[in-house]
Design a protein around this ligand. Structure first.
Ligand code: FE2
Ligand code: FE2
Length: 290
């Protein structure tokens, strides 16, 4: 296919919205905004809670706590760095969604994909914390840096057209990081074991969601906002990845930034694409919604 920023690829947002809503209802089940739950996600976590898996590797807590801050280095255990990245990867989205949910009435529109997306983001925090817990550490997510909180707070008052552009930008940066974390998880743990399989499943559930978030947000943008989003990724993605010491220690941040600028969802692993919402056969044309 092509980069998500390619303006020559027309996606019909009405069709994407209808298809994506059908996909979300199937994947998530009924959404309850007041309770902050999605029926099928609750079932997923109930199954996880009913079958805890033992962690039998070396203790990671001290290295993990060090890797959360300036103690992260390329000599830290890779799994501790992975956990530190997971611990902060959803700080911004969690904070933004909690602000949004608190600012709007609890009756969500079940026909609006954003209803499901917002709730999925809450589950991402739980998925990440469960992955860390599976590696023997209990952790609670912290508030994100001040500039993220500021951006999230201003978004509540932004018109939809701006909101979708910022959502798209954040989803692209996030998806590249989650794709890297998912790939790395398969290197660091053995997916054939109960513990390794659990960790891979938890991180890949997030990646499957994020692919849909990117595709949906992208479909709401015309060529101008698509271009602005691309310039914003070009300007900020590298700095955003570098801001987390553990990301610098575990990954090549320039390669991550390049992957964000050129994000092509069709290059994700086949087993992820098979489960994710992919916009199939977009029409190549110079026209796109404004
Ligand atoms: Fe997320
Ligand atoms: Fe997302």
């Amino acid at each position: 296919m092509s980069s998500v920023f390619d303006p020559a690829v027309l996606v019909l947002n009405r069709e994407v919205n209808t298809d994506y809503l059908r996909f979300l209802k199937e994947r998530d089940g009924a959404a309850d905004r007041r309770a902050g739950t999605l029926a099928r996600r609750e079932a997923y976590f109930a199954a996880i809670d009913a079958h805890p898996v033992p962690y039998e590797g070396p203790p990671l807590e001290a290295d993990f706590r060090a890797a959360l801050g300036a103690g992260a280095s390329s000599s830290s255990p890779a799994l501790a760095l992975w956990m530190a990245i997971a611990a902060s990867a959803n700080e911004g989205e969690k904070y933004s969604v909690e602000r949004i949910l608190a600012s709007r009435p609890p009756q969500a529109d079940p026909e609006d994909p954003m209803t499901y997306i917002e709730l999925e983001e809450l589950y991402h925090t739980r998925l990440l914390l469960d992955a860390i817990k599976t590696l023997g550490v209990d952790y609670a997510v912290k508030a994100p840096p001040l500039w993220v909180r500021f951006l999230a707070s201003t978004m509540i008052f932004a018109p939809k057209s701006i909101e979708y552009m910022v959502v798209f930008f954040s989803e692209v940066v996030g998806t590249v990081l989650f794709a890297a974390l998912a790939r790395k998880a398969r290197e660091l743990v053995d997916p054939a074991t109960a513990t390794g399989g659990r960790i891979v499943s938890l991180i890949e559930e997030i990646l499957v969601d994020e692919v849909g978030h990117v595709a949906f947000a992208r479909a709401q943008l015309g060529p101008v906002r698509l271009w602005i989003a691309k310039q914003t990724v070009r300007a900020l993605a590298g700095a955003m990845y570098r801001a987390t010491p553990a990301i610098r220690a575990l990954f090549d941040t320039e390669a991550l930034a390049e992957a964000a600028i050129n994000l092509d969802l069709s290059t994700l692993p086949a087993h992820i694409r098979a489960r994710a919402f992919m916009v199939e056969a977009p029409v190549a044309t110079g026209l796109a919604p404004a």
